[in-house]
Design a protein around this ligand. Structure first.
Ligand code: XUL
Length: 532
């Protein structure tokens, strides 16, 4: 084989519980996978699920040196498994979103001269001003969120700038808390990275810029100008612009890998580091989403990923810069009442049997004769309301539905909600739109049929195991040609396409266009009434 066919690309994922890596070859086939589990393989850091939950139950951190040591370990494991680093043309990666790393004054110098005789965790042991990095599970910054929204003129205003209203886990609010509670450490900080840009800094041997896409999860960046927002910086902490460095395009080649990796592991000297990004943006790349597509993950909570051209930020959901196309955006919407609610209705109305549940879907008509149900067993995120609400064809509240009507009302209601909230953020179904379904319930064709009918688009199923890693291996490959105008979609066109599961039933569009409007009005009514 010539060297061209041996070429490969690495994608890392610094997730909450583990560090993962995956290698693909030129044909986009996965040729190697490895991982390091934080709790069991790095027990000296005493994490549970990769984190420390502090006494107030709200503060959640991870030891930054654990992540550094995980890099030593994963590269060593790859080497022990005979992985040939000399074929790696480019690498990229992702990190859990929102987490922050505080590099101490002088750390850049240390990064620039990494001694290949030593492991990273020895070299960098004194390089952090804050040892315990706040992560996305932290929800201790409510005061900082109020302060930020007030400073810029309210929640919608903040969303108009940064793509999201203030969220406790978002990095700006975490930085504001560090500044308030650890002013000395803040002053000692030379550079603040996200988990993703911290990870790319390790490979680059220099501070790596925060990419536009993960940078959109900070409540600090103007997602339209792709620059830090002065009013947000000002409301957060002093000298923040210098500590953050300039944001970079998500597709950018940051430079060659540090010679540390060439000498210690045998990477080629010209192996490129492509900007790292957040894990959700990484997954969007791994799912090979295209303009107009929508990915629906049907799990404990249901998550929707969208590719959007003209976003309309709102006080619900998140708009992020798109990680594979700088002209576009992506949106993330989380619905709390997913499979637990589907299982409750299956247990109560279909004797616990998915078969009976599916039979009910098959034998009931599209549009459910005008009956609509909203099932928020737990306080919903999108929208923030709770309770079970049933309406008949005249929008009149009713106490109960028959078994068959209830089952269809639940599934239709869940999918109508997804479409309504996606469209609220600027999503448009276009010719060629695909719905990509993943997660437990995506195995049920009858549920997928309702999904196809409500969206009026074909539904494909995809396997998203390690999608963030895979997406970043694709991004590494794309980074090398992005400057020449080659699109990400073109780069991944050789990968296996998703499986077509179902197509919309004729007549579906007519039924659901009017139902969508009714659903939106009824949901707004539920929200209004719940606030009274
Ligand atoms: C997204 C979020 C999580 C983390 C998990 O806003 O907080 O999905 O990215 O790794």
């Amino acid at each position: 084989m010539d060297s061209q066919t041996n070429s490969c690309y690495l994608g890392f994922d610094f997730s909450t519980q583990q560090l993962k890596v995956l290698a693909i070859d030129e044909r986009l086939e996965v040729i190697h996978q490895n991982n390091v589990l934080f709790d069991s393989e790095l027990p000296e850091f005493r994490t549970q699920g990769g984190v420390h939950v502090h006494g107030d139950r709200l503060t959640v951190t991870s030891p930054v040196r654990m992540w550094v040591k995980a890099v030593d370990l994963i590269l060593q494991k790859m080497k022990n498994n005979g992985f040939d680093f000399s074929n790696v043309k480019a690498l990229s990666g992702s990190g859990q979103q929102h987490g922050s790393v505080y590099w101490k004054k002088g750390a850049r110098q240390v990064l620039n001269y990494l001694d290949p005789e030593k492991p990273l965790h020895d070299i960098l042991q004194d390089s952090f001003a804050v040892q315990d990095s706040p992560v996305w599970m932290d929800s201790s910054t409510t005061a900082q969120c109020h302060n930020l929204e007030a400073a810029v003129g309210g929640a919608q205003k903040l969303a108009d700038i940064t793509g999201s209203r203030a969220y406790e886990r978002f990095t700006g609010n975490q930085i504001a808390k560090i500044y308030k509670t650890k002013p000395e450490e803040y002053n000692q900080t030379e550079r603040i990275s996200l988990v993703s840009s911290f990870a790319s800094s390790l490979f680059l041997g220099d501070y790596a810029g925060i990419d536009y896409s993960d940078g959109s999860g900070m409540n600090l960046m103007d997602i339209f100008s792709k620059q830090w927002s002065e009013p947000c910086l000002k409301a957060t902490a002093p000298q923040l612009r210098d500590k953050l460095g300039d944001p970079v395009a998500s597709t950018a080649v940051l430079g060659p890998v540090s010679c540390y990796y060439a000498k210690r592991y045998g990477f080629p000297n010209d192996c490129k580091v492509v900007a790292f990004t957040g894990d959700n943006p990484g997954s969007l790349a791994g799912m090979k989403l295209k303009e107009g597509d929508i990915a629906v993950s049907l799990g404990t909570s249901d998550t929707v990923f969208l590719w959007i051209k003209e976003p309309k930020p709102a006080v619900e959901g998140h708009i992020l810069c798109n990680p594979v196309d700088c002209q576009s955006y992506m949106a993330l919407i989380c619905f709390k009442n997913g499979s637990l609610t589907r299982e409750r209705i299956r247990n109560e109305r279909a004797q616990g049997s998915w078969e009976l549940f599916s039979n009910a879907l098959r034998s009931s008509p599209m549009g459910n004769n005008g009956n609509i149900g909203i099932y928020f067993d737990a306080m919903e995120i999108t929208p923030p309301a709770v309770g079970v609400h049933r309406f008949d064809q005249h929008n009149k509240r009713v106490e109960s539905f028959s078994e068959e009507v209830e089952i269809r009302a639940l599934v239709e209601g869940q999918f109508l909600a997804k479409r309504v909230h996606a469209e609220n953020l600027g999503y448009k179904i276009i010719p060629g739109t695909r719905v990509l379904a993943t997660g437990g319930a995506s195995a049920n064709k009858h549920i997928l049929q309702v999904l196809a009918d409500v969206f009026g688009a074909p539904v494909y199923t995809i396997d998203v195991a390690n999608s963030a890693c895979l997406g970043c291996a694709y991004r590494a490959m794309h980074g090398l040609v992005a400057e020449n105008g080659v699109s990400f979609t073109e780069t991944v066109s050789r990968a296996l396409p998703p499986q077509l599961a179902v197509t919309p039933t004729p007549g579906a569009q007519k039924v659901y266009t009017s139902m969508l409007k009714r659903y939106a009005d009824l949901e707004a009514r539920v929200l209004r009434e719940s606030k009274q």
